[in-house]
Ligand binder design. Structure first.
Ligand SMILES: Nc1ncnc2c1ncn2[C@@H]1O[C@H](COP(=O)(O)OP(=O)(O)OP(=O)(O)O)[C@@H](O)[C@H]1O
Length: 231
């Protein structure tokens, strides 16, 4: 680091992760280096099973690597205990994962405002704007089980954005939406990332969507390389 350089929001160095099961130990990530700074939007592509979700879970401090370093806003995750990791996630990270993990006993509106309240940044105006722009007005008083998959996905996106996180980790955040709705939702996500100077790491299978982000990398054979955008 030199003077004037900002601390990366996410700095991953030489990350290794393997899973051990009945077939023995299978290496998934084999030396990943990745840096994400404020205002950057990074698309992560890779074949099914290449380890994209594994990398996102590690970056979210939901799982621990075998070796290597993950620093979030300068803080080494391995140095933190579980409560400190949870606090860091609550304060800095917005998650949109494939399991939406909405709270079944809370309405759509309450789900959306929950993380912002827990992070000490309640913002009813922003919640109302997100409900409006994500087209959720008609279902705001419903409960998660009364929603379609696409509606649940939009609630998960609104919830992640409502706390104005510095870092958004999103696993195919528009995967359950039709192309037009997906494009609208991604445009909103990118708008809000720019507006709040956040950073976005987004897994996608779509080269078209990846090309809308500021940078692209591809995960293959456990390693990251700049993505070939010509495909
Ligand atoms: N908890 C686990 N235990 C054992 N193996 C796992 C576990 N989680 C993932 N894997 C294996 O690790 C590899 C990478 O999985 P991961 O879900 O990260 O891939 P992915 O690139 O996100 O795939 P997809 O695009 O299909 O969602 C796969 O071979 C998967 O079977």
């Amino acid at each position: 680091m030199w003077p004037g350089m900002t601390t990366p929001l996410l700095h991953i160095a030489n990350l290794h992760k393997s899973y051990t099961g009945s077939e023995g130990t299978v290496p998934v990530l084999q030396g990943i280096d990745l840096t994400l700074t404020a205002g950057e939007t990074l698309a992560l592509t890779g074949e099914s099973g290449s380890g994209k979700s594994t990398l996102l879970h590690l970056a979210a401090a939901l799982d621990a690597p075998d070796t290597g370093s993950i620093r979030m806003d300068g803080v080494e995750l391995a140095a933190l205990g579980d409560p400190a990791r949870a606090a860091l996630r609550r304060d800095k990270v917005g998650l949109v994962f494939q399991q939406f993990n909405l709270v079944p006993s809370l309405s759509v509106a309450a789900n959306i405002s929950l993380q912002a309240r827990l992070a000490g940044r309640p913002d009813p105006d922003l919640c109302a704007r997100l409900i409006d722009r994500l087209g959720l007005q008609a279902v705001a008083t419903r409960y998660p089980e009364q929603l379609s998959g696409g509606q649940q996905q939009r609630v998960a996106i609104a919830r992640a954005l409502a706390a104005r996180p510095a870092l958004i980790l999103a696993d195919e955040p528009t995967g359950n939406l039709d192309e037009t709705t997906g494009d609208t939702v991604l445009a909103l996500l990118l708008d809000l990332v720019a507006e709040t100077d956040a950073a976005l790491l987004m897994v996608t299978h779509s080269t078209r969507l990846a090309n809308l982000l500021s940078r692209r990398v591809h995960l293959s054979h456990g390693q990251i390389a700049p993505a070939d955008t010509s495909v």
